[in-house]
Design a protein around this ligand. Structure first.
Ligand code: GLN
Length: 282
């Protein structure tokens, strides 16, 4: 997988590395004054994850998360710099002081709250399946004996891993395959390598649009409950001022209707059927 990192980020990482001089192992986290003095807000993400971050026809990285991050940077009076990492390396990189924030369709959960601070939720999501339209899979148990793909480090992967370890998929001969890129899902389900891919709702709908033989369908727990999640912006726990700025911007984007407009705009760009829009988090 290609992992381009925009140059200012490399320069920043180098400055940090030189700054701590190897004498102190603990990463120095930038405060809001450091961000303003540097003129740059450093964001990490993982792409493609449409409509939140994906490459437009010209190769430019665009999406809801990029626009939100740009608004946060503007609020602080600085430029936005975006770096790309494998999804499961995003929070470790934030903890290592390599960026100021992570926006990556990142679900807020208890485990991640031990590693980072999260903003208020900005998107409501749920777990979906990408399957062949002929497959009849609705609840976790229907995945018994199946080969299932999920983005490495994602909540979808965790969900299936837990179901295999000691849940409804335990000892059902289920295989879990970690994908480095959820867009691999479509080809792998089409060619039969995978029976199903577990991925967030909007992304599943985006990826299957235009593939009549594939369907994107909600995955339910055994009790029939929706597997709901909420996305937040992750920042270092040592940067509460940045967190307040992020929350102010999110409140403004929600109340002005701009966040809904961003979702519409990027869903249309990636041709998602209009019947299944992403939902602004409450
Ligand atoms: N929302 C899911 C998670 O946080 C998936 C995010 C992603 O793959 N970019 O794990």
């Amino acid at each position: 997988m290609k992992c381009p990192v925009i140059r200012p980020l490399c320069v920043f990482a180098l400055v940090i590395a030189i700054g701590i001089g190897g004498s102190c192992k603990k990463a120095r986290q930038r405060g809001i004054d450091d961000i303003k003095a540097s003129g740059q807000l450093l964001m990490l993400t993982n792409a493609p994850f449409p409509p939140y971050e994906f490459y437009a026809a010209g190769g430019e990285l665009v999406g809801v998360d990029i626009d939100i991050a740009r608004r946060i940077a503007r609020h602080l009076g600085v430029e936005l710099s975006v770096g790309i990492r494998p999804f499961d390396e995003l929070l470790p990189a934030l903890a290592a002081g390599e960026a100021d924030m992570v926006l990556a369709g990142l679900t807020i959960n208890a485990e991640r709250l031990k590693q980072a601070s999260f903003s208020q939720p900005y998107i409501d999501a749920m777990q979906y399946l990408i399957i062949l339209s002929t497959a009849n899979i609705k609840v976790l148990e229907d995945l018994s004996g199946k080969t299932i793909g999920a983005q490495a480090g994602s909540t979808g992967e965790e969900l299936i891993a837990t179901a295999i370890a000691d849940g409804p998929l335990h000892k059902t001969d289920c295989q879990l395959l970690a994908l480095s890129d959820p867009t691999e899902a479509v080809a792998k389900v089409l060619n039969g390598e995978l029976d199903a891919v577990v991925v967030d709702d909007t992304v599943a709908l985006q990826l299957t649009a235009g593939h009549a033989v594939l369907s994107a369908t909600p995955l339910f727990s055994q009790s029939g409950a929706m597997l709901s999640e909420q996305y937040g912006v992750a920042v270092s726990p040592s940067n509460p001022e940045l967190l307040s700025a992020v929350n102010e911007v999110i409140t403004e984007l929600k109340s002005s209707g701009e966040l809904s407009a961003m979702l519409k705009k990027y869903e249309a760009m990636t041709s998602q059927p209009p019947t299944a829009p992403g939902r602004v988090g409450q």
